[in-house]
Design a protein around this ligand. Structure first.
Ligand code: WT7
Length: 654
């Protein structure tokens, strides 16, 4: 596979894909569901009477301090699930396991990039979380306050998240790869009172200076009164007296006992920022009981997590996948979670496979981008290691092309592990469309069928059912959806519930085949998906036009055989601009400084003008075509469904 190979061929193969893989019962016959008829029966029940279903699931899967009075209400697009109930997330993820035989079971097995290993049992994790919760109280945080977490992927990140939930503090985790400006914007938007960070983290053999980045952001975040710093890399850092505290020193001052607060079911749990169609990222707010129910149920049924599993989700806690499937879902299920700090290919391209063999990992959940980069490196790396412990493979974040699916199935799973392709979003909180492992027959490239209680629709703009491809929507509110965009409920209503009146609008295009299987075709809005990371084209454009020489900028996604999509920026320069050979490089660096390395354009093109409609909207369709094929040739796509996707997008340009 070469980098320039257009991914249109993948979409083409996706549309013509008709292989079907039946689950191999004999290999592992102890799945939570017996067979497909049980799935269909339960699914039907869950759709016919969703409230009864969710109520039953909540009783079976979560521990409440007090039961709810009302299962669900929905007013002015404000959902309340299980209102009247009292619950605590850290109690469900820790205390309830510690009073069972799981007490001394490993909750976390962590490997740092340099190779250091830490194993933390449920009992130990509870003590650390309680101690951290006391530290948070000590620096002045109380229930309802917000705290930002900007950390490498080390156990303290998980400890801090759970400690927040123990005392009702709302966390907002900012991915460590984001720049100081991005961190600043998020802290400002959510009014965080404290920041928990580290001196640095290890990545590709060198250390990333996180405290230094944080200091830059903290210059403009007057709401932050205290900073706790974990010593990870031994980086020399500046500590501001009376504001900055070393974790290891502060923790000595506090006990490791802290009662979990009895919080209401709708108590805000976390705010997580994600890109939308405007320049400003949205802070999605998730709440307590409904979210916990979603991640617990899906972790159990989709990943089939069992007592003896060692489960590894490769996502960073800075993304929703890390929240739901590295921390809350698996720990609520009492699983042993594996966690790795560093870069996937460091020091050698076999790092992942080496760790799977060493820790005997049984379930692996990763992104198509990672799989495609492994394909490019060759089979010899996974083949050097004994991967026979693996029994289930998951994928998430972007459409997986059938080639990558088959490679994952054959080379990593040795044709014995079911592939669980999970479709969901930051907004949906947990998986929505995905196979039930070992039960649902799978098709390479399809996320298959919906989760219980979830009713996906494929609609036209006017809300009628679409026979070909259309907008993927969800018919009714569900317990684990985001409740609002922090500080902007109007935007929440408009973006998700009013685009097509009365249903949840996902922003994805999809089609459904004759077996009822869903095939996700990608975003229909101005959001692009680079290596499974969601970026708003407007966000990058706003960053670019801040550069003194840039007049206008239009960003589009271009198919990329490894990253899914690459970033192409079309730029018109100011008349006064002096063009030299390093200007593109300079603009690129400028964008990275503002957003983070993940927003680095793959290509910058200078142009005299940008194509626009009469009403002045940029014609992205033309730019996308130009970026993809190198030329514009009118209506080139003969592929029916592919052109449907373009048509869906085009309605924006009218
Ligand atoms: C967007 C959401 C879900 C956690 C990670 C990303 C795309 C996600 C799949 C999949 C096809 C997928 C969609 C979605 N996406 N999973 N299995 N197949 N597309 O969360 O950053 O909120 O991005 O990722 O386009 O809308 P996110």
């Amino acid at each position: 596979m070469t980098k320039s190979e257009p991914q249109k061929t993948s979409i083409e193969t996706l549309l013509h894909e008709n292989r079907k893989f039946k689950p191999q019962k004999k290999l592992f016959n102890n799945y939570f569901l017996k067979d497909m008829s049980q799935y269909f029966k339960l699914y039907k029940k869950s759709i016919n009477d969703p409230l009864k279903f969710w109520e039953k699931m909540a009783l079976e899967h979560l521990d409440f301090f007090r039961k709810w009075k009302k299962v669900f209400s929905w007013k002015d697009f404000k959902a309340e699930w299980f209102s009247g109930a009292l619950i605590n997330v850290s109690y469900n993820c820790l205390d309830r396991h510690v009073i069972t035989d799981r007490k001394n079971k490993a909750a976390l097995i962590w490997e740092g990039e340099p190779g250091d290993i830490r194993t933390i049992t449920y009992q130990q994790l509870l003590l650390e979380v309680a101690n951290c919760a006391n530290m948070l109280k000590g620096i002045g945080l109380k229930s309802g306050d917000k705290a930002a977490i900007y950390m490498p992927l080390i156990p303290e990140a998980v400890v801090t998240m759970l400690a927040c939930t123990r005392i009702g503090v709302i966390h907002t985790v900012v991915f460590g790869g984001f720049s100081s400006s991005s961190l600043r914007d998020r802290i400002q938007d959510s009014n965080c009172k404290a920041l928990i960070t580290a001196d640095g983290g290890f990545r590709k053999g060198s250390s990333v200076k996180m405290k230094e980045m944080a200091d830059e952001a903290l210059k403009e975040t007057p709401t932050v009164k205290a900073v706790i710093v974990v010593k990870r890399t031994n980086e020399k850092v500046n500590m501001m007296p009376n504001r900055d505290f070393w974790w290891h020193e502060l923790s000595q001052k506090y006990s490791d006992h802290c009662e979990p607060e009895k919080l209401s079911a709708e108590h805000p749990l976390f705010i997580l920022y994600t890109s939308g169609t405007t320049g400003k990222p949205k802070g999605l707010l998730h709440t307590t009981a409904g979210y916990l129910l979603g991640v617990t149920l899906t972790a159990k049924y989709l990943f089939d997590i069992k007592e003896k599993d060692i489960y590894w989700c490769t996502a960073d806690v800075g993304w929703v996948t890390g929240h739901s499937y590295l921390v809350y879902g698996p720990l609520s299920c009492g699983a042993t979670v594996f966690m790795y700090e560093g870069a996937p290919l460091y020091p050698e391209p076999d790092r992942f496979w080496k760790m799977i063999a060493k820790h005997k990992i049984t379930i692996l959940y990763t992104a198509p981008t990672a799989i495609r980069s492994f394909i490019r490196l060759g089979k010899e790396y996974p083949q050097k290691h004994d991967l026979s412990s693996l029994r289930l493979l998951g994928t998430v974040g972007e459409p997986i092309n059938p080639e990558a699916w088959i490679w994952y199935y054959e080379v990593i799973g040795h044709k014995k592990c079911p592939i669980v392709d999970t479709w969901w979003q930051t907004e949906t909180g947990a998986a929505m469309i995905a196979p039930f492992s070992g039960v649902t027959p799978t098709k390479p490239g399809s996320a298959t069928l919906p989760m219980f209680g979830i009713e996906p629709l494929i609609l036209n703009k006017n809300g009628s059912n679409s026979k070909e491809g259309g907008f993927l929507c969800i018919k009714k509110p569900w317990p684990y959806m985001a409740r609002t965009i922090y500080g902007d409920h109007e935007r929440y209503k408009k973006t998700y519930w009013k685009e097509i009146e009365g249903v949840y609008f996902t922003g994805d295009g999809a089609r459904r085949d004759k077996d009822g299987y869903f095939w996700i075709m990608g975003r229909v809005d101005d959001v692009i998906n680079v290596s499974g990371h969601r970026l708003g084209t407007m966000e990058i454009e706003s960053a670019a036009v801040e550069h003194p020489m840039v007049a206008e900028c239009a960003v589009v996604g271009r198919p990329d055989s490894i990253k899914g999509q690459g970033i192409v920026a079309f730029i018109t320069l100011k008349k006064s601009a002096t063009v030299n050979h390093s200007l593109k490089e300079e603009i690129s660096k400028f964008i990275i400084k503002q957003i983070g390395a993940l927003a680095k354009p793959d290509e910058i093109r200078f142009t005299d003008a940008l194509p626009k409609t009469r009403s002045g909207k940029i014609m992205r369709r033309l730019l996308r075509e130009l970026a993809t094929t190198g030329s514009i040739s009118g209506d080139t796509t003969t592929l029916e469904d592919f052109s449907v996707l373009e048509k869906l997008r085009e309605s924006d340009e009218e």
